[in-house]
Design a protein around this ligand. Structure first.
Ligand SMILES: Nc1nc2c(ncn2[C@@H]2O[C@H](COP(=O)(O)OP(=O)(O)OP(=O)(O)O)[C@@H](O)[C@H]2O)c(=O)[nH]1
Ligand SMILES: [Zn+2]
Length: 221
């Protein structure tokens, strides 16, 4: 099966032709119920992104999570961030309602890749915060793009979303890429002693709408 669309880049940026291909899909039974998993491929780079779909998402105000890969927390159990908890809670939210889509984008480390994220962690261990560490490595704060996510949503028939996020920049990025956002669904970000600084910096430096319960930082794991 193949379904290819051509799109233009984000508003305000030079015209950029990109292509994303719906490459394969299958039912996927999970602990939360039956999802449809859909794999998209960027033909030029070979990057593969995944959609987890539940119910009928061809329509408006679809609960949607655009999630960026974080191997360290999601697979290896790292406590340095809140990604795993957000992934779990977004899937819970969709499963409880029986309708929604989670896009799992392979934009590890806010787009700098796994090896560079680990180099950034080494700098953080010397006292730099998450954004300073990126800059010391020669990267901007955040390299993620949302045009691919917008293509994936369009190919799934999603016309508008209720976006599950705390990141206002992600919301703007999606709107710029042409997807109407009807509302925002807040995600709790459970704090622990290893991620509380990371959460505080996200809130203070990039305006993430995180309700940080300072008492949580006393809780290990
Ligand atoms: N470069 C870098 N990336 C990180 C770091 N910690 C987590 N990440 C990556 O950050 C991405 C998640 O982004 P966040 O800024 O935590 O959250 P968000 O997705 O923008 O916002 P939400 O939608 O509210 O979850 C994942 O790809 C993680 O791998 C870090 O210290 N440095
Ligand atoms: Zn993470």
């Amino acid at each position: 099966m193949s379904n290819v669309v051509a799109v233009t880049g984000r508003k305000g940026q030079p015209h950029r032709k990109s292509r994303i291909e719906l490459y394969g899909e299958a039912p996927l039974p999970t602990a939360r119920g039956l999802f449809r998993t859909v794999v998209f491929r960027e033909p030029e780079s070979g990057a593969e992104h995944v959609a987890m779909v539940m119910g009928d998402v061809a329509g408006d105000a679809v609960p949607a999570r655009i999630h960026s890969e974080c191997l360290t927390s999601e697979v290896l159990g790292s406590l340095k961030c809140d990604c795993r908890a957000q992934l779990d809670r977004a899937l819970d939210y969709i499963a409880e309602r029986g309708r929604g889509v989670l896009l799992y984008l392979r934009q590890e480390g806010r787009g700098i890749g796994l090896g560079n994220k680990i180099r950034a962690y080494a700098l953080q261990a010397q006292g730099h915060d998450t954004y300073e560490a990126n800059r010391l490595l020669g990267f901007p704060d955040d390299l993620r793009r949302y045009d691919v996510a917008a293509d994936m949503l369009r190919l799934l028939g999603v016309r508008s979303v209720e976006l599950i996020t705390n990141n206002p920049e992600k919301l703007r990025g999606l709107v710029d890429a042409g997807v109407p956002v009807k509302g925002r669904i807040q995600l709790p970000s459970p704090a622990n002693p290893f991620n509380v600084e990371y959460l505080r910096v996200k809130r203070e430096r990039t305006g993430h709408l995180i309700e940080l319960d300072e008492d949580d930082s006393a809780l290990a794991g």
